[in-house]
Design a binder for this molecule. Structure first.
Ligand code: SAH
Ligand code: SF4
Length: 435
């Protein structure tokens, strides 16, 4: 599978060069445009030159890298309009001779403030412009397929995306002041990928591997849909749903720009937190970002030995490398928060607490202790409350700010990836045992 490049497409523009040599001329070039993926797959099977291109039923196109020697394939997925950026839209309009700043603001207001579902609903735009926009941008295709409410009013939303992938988001009411925000706010936990490639041993999101990155519109859409469904205004955003946000950095930064911008969703940067399992190079990149959102680092082990047992990413970026990146980030920006899941018998010893305190003091980090949320099919469990409190008290004794989260939404499988996992498992069960 790793030999293949997986791309999601809706419309395919395929430019091919024929002839034995690499010297390409205009005469030997032809461009084929397939209006949709189905007609492309039918045609491609009848053209031997495309023999390396195949289509699988979930509309993922697999292309063997060697096919690029013969053909150049340009994929053009019509982007959804909830991924639009004001400046880019203004450029697009200017090229078409439309008053850019006036119209661009009007359009972003329709999308992000009035939240309409189509260009047709933008009644004060000229008809031709609506048609042009609709030719360039798609309407959002993110559908809420399941909502689970919890006793403590945490709600979980399962979304189906346009390629049938499932992702989930959680709406947490009155979240405690975990990342420095006020405690009376509504927080949404957003997914950044379908599945996750990082395979942390305790996490439901990693259990079924990685499917694809979400685009910016699909991240923004989670907020828009949840506000619509719940009737609540969201004040805090944490990228702590499914996936590793820093492995999808370009789309993440675009989504944050839209969520943060006054012409977009208008949520302050200090109310946006990105959580990472510790991708050191990207942490360095974030240090140079101008938007001042918050960073949380999933540590879950204070030594390489313990962290490496449960987080495979630690082999690629061991603690020394990771902390050098954190030093760089802290020197340039503000504080990092460490997340530390407490897992019984794995990382909850007094020794780990003392090591963790040393690290937190050096990096001036605050710590969120999170009692582990059990995942069906995994053997891990949370330590007894007394041990959780002891761990916290050791940190505090060493002068570290540490909160101990009382897990919200544990009863609705609120830890990341669990609802999707349950839904996929029960769907498979239904297929295996029809009727
Ligand atoms: N990939 C990123 C963000 C998504 S995971 C990261 O790892 O930080 C968000 C947080 O949920 C992480 O701290 C992760 O370790 C934690 N988490 C995953 N599974 C959990 C579980 N079963 N119980 C409690 N926290 C969990
Ligand atoms: Fe991926 Fe984060 Fe889960 Fe690890 S904890 S598998 S990085 S989502």
């Amino acid at each position: 599978m790793s030999d293949f490049r997986c791309l999601k497409v809706e419309r395919v523009v395929l430019t091919c060069w024929y002839g034995p040599s690499q010297r390409l001329t205009a005469a030997s070039r032809s461009t084929l445009i397939f209006p949709d993926i189905r007609s492309f797959s039918l045609l491609s099977s009848s053209l031997t030159i495309f023999y390396l291109v195949s289509w699988v039923p979930d509309s993922t196109l697999l292309i063997h890298p060697s096919s690029f020697l013969l053909s150049r394939v340009v994929f053009r997925v019509k982007p959804s309009f909830t991924g639009i950026i004001l400046d880019e839209l203004a450029d697009f309009l200017e090229k078409r001779g439309v008053a850019p700043s006036y119209r661009a603001k009007q359009i972003t207001d329709w999308i992000y403030k009035k939240r309409v579902a189509s260009f047709d609903a933008m009644t004060d735009l000229p008809n031709e412009l609506r048609v042009e926009l609709a030719a360039e941008f798609d309407t959002p295709k993110t559908e809420v397929v399941r909502v689970l409410g919890s006793k403590d009013t945490t709600q979980k939303f399962l979304f189906r995306l346009r390629d049938q992938s499932l992702i989930e988001s959680v709406l947490i009411q009155a979240s405690p002041a975990l990342y420095g925000q006020h405690s009376d706010r509504r927080t949404i936990c957003v997914s950044s990928q379908v599945g996750c490639a990082y395979g942390c041993k305790f996490c439901a999101s990693g259990l079924e591997g990685f499917t694809r990155n979400l685009d910016a519109a699909e991240m923004v859409q989670q907020l828009i849909e949840i506000e619509k469904k719940s009737g609540e205004k969201i004040d805090n955003v944490v990228f702590m749903g499914m996936g590793e946000p820093l492995a999808n950095l370009k789309n993440l930064l675009r989504a944050i720009r839209i969520i943060n911008a006054p012409w977009g969703l208008g949520i302050g940067a200090r109310h946006i937190t990105v959580s990472t399992s510790g991708l050191a190079p990207q942490i360095r990149e974030l240090a140079n970002e101008s938007t001042q959102f918050r960073l949380a680092l999933s540590l879950h082990g204070a030594t390489d030995e313990v962290r490496g047992q449960i987080m495979p990413v630690n082999r690629r970026y061991p603690l020394k490398v990771l902390f050098e990146a954190c030093d760089y980030y802290v020197a340039k920006k503000r504080r990092i928060t460490f997340e530390y899941i407490l897992i019984a018998g794995v990382n909850d010893s007094d020794e780990q607490a003392r090591e963790l305190a040393k690290i937190a003091r050096r990096l001036w980090a605050k710590i969120n202790l999170i009692p582990y949320n059990t995942v069906e099919g995994l053997e891990w469990s949370r330590p007894p409350r007394a041990q959780q409190e002891k761990f916290q008290s050791i940190l505090r004794k060493h002068g570290v700010v540490a909160t101990l989260r009382r897990e919200k939404g544990g009863d609705i499988a609120a830890a990341c990836g669990q609802l999707r996992l349950q839904t996929r498992r029960s769907a498979r069960l239904r297929m295996e045992r029809p009727g």
